[in-house]
Every structure is written in structure tokens, then in C-alpha cells.
Design a protein around this ligand. Sequence first.
Ligand SMILES: NC(=O)c1ccc[n+]([C@@H]2O[C@H](COP(=O)([O-])OP(=O)(O)OC[C@H]3O[C@@H](n4cnc5c(N)ncnc54)[C@H](O)[C@@H]3O)[C@@H](O)[C@H]2O)c1
Length: 265
Amino acid sequence: METSVKPESRTGNSLDGMTALVTGAGSGIGQAAARALSAAGARVMVTELPDRLERAQATVSELEDAGGSALALALDVRDLRSITDCVHAAVQAVPRLDILVNNAGVNVRQPAFDVTEEAWDLVLDTNLKGLFFMAQAAGRAMRDQDPPGGSIINISSIMGLVGYYDRAAYCSSKAGVVNLTRVLAVEWAPYQIRVNTVCPTFVETPLTHVMFENEAIKTDILGRTPTGRLATPEEVAAAIVFLAGPSARMMTGAALTLDGGWTAI
Ligand SMILES: NC(=O)c1ccc[n+]([C@@H]2O[C@H](COP(=O)([O-])OP(=O)(O)OC[C@H]3O[C@@H](n4cnc5c(N)ncnc54)[C@H](O)[C@@H]3O)[C@@H](O)[C@H]2O)c1
């Protein structure tokens, strides 16, 4: 009688012994993801912009105080050299790279008539171009390790699926992330690299805090959301842990919505 558990029949979502790289993890959703990945057992490499590195170090200290293992790395995803250096430092520090959470992102809210080239470039360079080259660098490392494989989770947004006011650049970038995810999933499946995206509705974080001081905008958003509330960073982090781990072994190319039913209407 066979008694051993076949890999494909393993259940649960422990990330024990795995390593994760989370971009923009000194704040908001990235920080919540770093906490959740660490709590699930992963060693977490936390990146921040070079001039905000102390935020990454604060996340690392928090994870270590909770008994986890973590490392802070500088990264500006608009700079290809910075991406190369960051991924190089990461793979030097750990035996293998199992998980990339491509979280770093920005928004500049402007009506479409008023979008400037500077704002367009900042948003697209960070949210789409930077995310792609980060996935490429991490994907190459995942392909070249023995055995090959990994899980990449790209953070898109409900704004990648629907239109909304004052977000021509942001919505374009996030829609690009959804379809880029499908391309990478298809191309990299032979290397056991899964690529998925999460599309959260609005979450109160430093990125959105000022916007939610505007009661009219908050009321409009909640009115479009059947559950009648915003998402929390912890809810997004739970989806990231799920996609990273063995429970999601059959998932690749997916866009997982966390939108309280916004796109179900
Ligand atoms: N907050 C929301 O409502 C919401 C909803 C859906 C999706 N998202 C997405 O979630 C991700 C995280 O957003 P958040 O709300 O936690 O925002 P945040 O501003 O709290 O965090 C963004 C992080 O990205 C980092 N970052 C910015 N530019 C960077 C660059 N060039 N290189 C490297 N790091 C850079 C910032 O330093 C920060 O740590 C973003 O991709 C955002 O678009 C946010």
C-alpha cells in the first residue's frame, strides 16, 4: 500500500523554507504582504526606494521581532540597473528565489484632458515597465535555479478591469499588468513559473489616504461596491499568500479580483 503523500495531493499553504521578494514593502499592501508571507514561513526580502530604505529596514525589524527571517534591499523599478542589482543581491543571499510579489506602484490623479507627459511616464514606467523588467529579472533567476520554478504575483487593481475618473495613466498601466500576466504565464509555464495577478478594489493605504478625505469620492466608491466597504491590506495579503503557495499550484495567468463584488454587477 502506498503511504507517502504525492506532491500533487499536498494540501495547506505553508511557505516554510521558501523565499519571497516583495517590492515596495515598506508601506501599505506590500508591507502587509511581507508580514503575511513571513507568518506563513517564508524568508522575505523587502525592497524600498533607496531614499526610503529605512522603511524597508523597519519592516525587516518587525518581521525579525516576530521570529521571521528578512532582509532589506534598495530598489527603484524605474532604473533597470537597480533591478539587476536588487535581484542579484537577492539570489546571492538565499538558496533560491521562490516568490516575487511585484507590488511597487504609484498613481497621479489627473483628468484625461490634463494628463502631463511627466505624470504618464512616472505611472507607466513604475507600474508597467518596471513591473515587467522586475518579473523578467526574477523570472530568469527562477528559470535558471535547480529545480526551476517559482510564483510571481503582480499587483494590478480593479482599475485594470474597469474605467474610473482621473486615472487614464493608472488604469492603462494596471490593464497592461493583467494582460502581461497572461503572456508571462503562457511563456514561463514550461519552467514551472506561475504568474498571476490580484485586482483589489480601493484599500486605505498611504497611496489613497488623501483621496479618501474627499467624502464624495468615498461615497461614490462605496456605492459601487456591493459589500459596501473598502478592502484591507491584510485581505490582499491573504490572496497573495494563497497564490504564492502550493494550494494555487494549478493557477497561472489568473486575475483574482478582491473587489467586494464591484465587477460582478
Ligand atoms: N491602495 C489601493 O487602493 C490599491 C488598490 C489596488 C491596487 N493597489 C496597488 O497596490 C500596490 C501597493 O499600493 P499601496 O496602496 O500599498 O501604496 P503605497 O504608496 O503604500 O506603497 C507603494 C510602495 O511602492 C514603492 N515605490 C513607489 N515607486 C517605486 C519605484 N519606482 N521603485 C520601487 N518602489 C517604489 C513605495 O515606496 C511604496 O513602498 C500598488 O501597485 C498599487 O497600485 C492599491
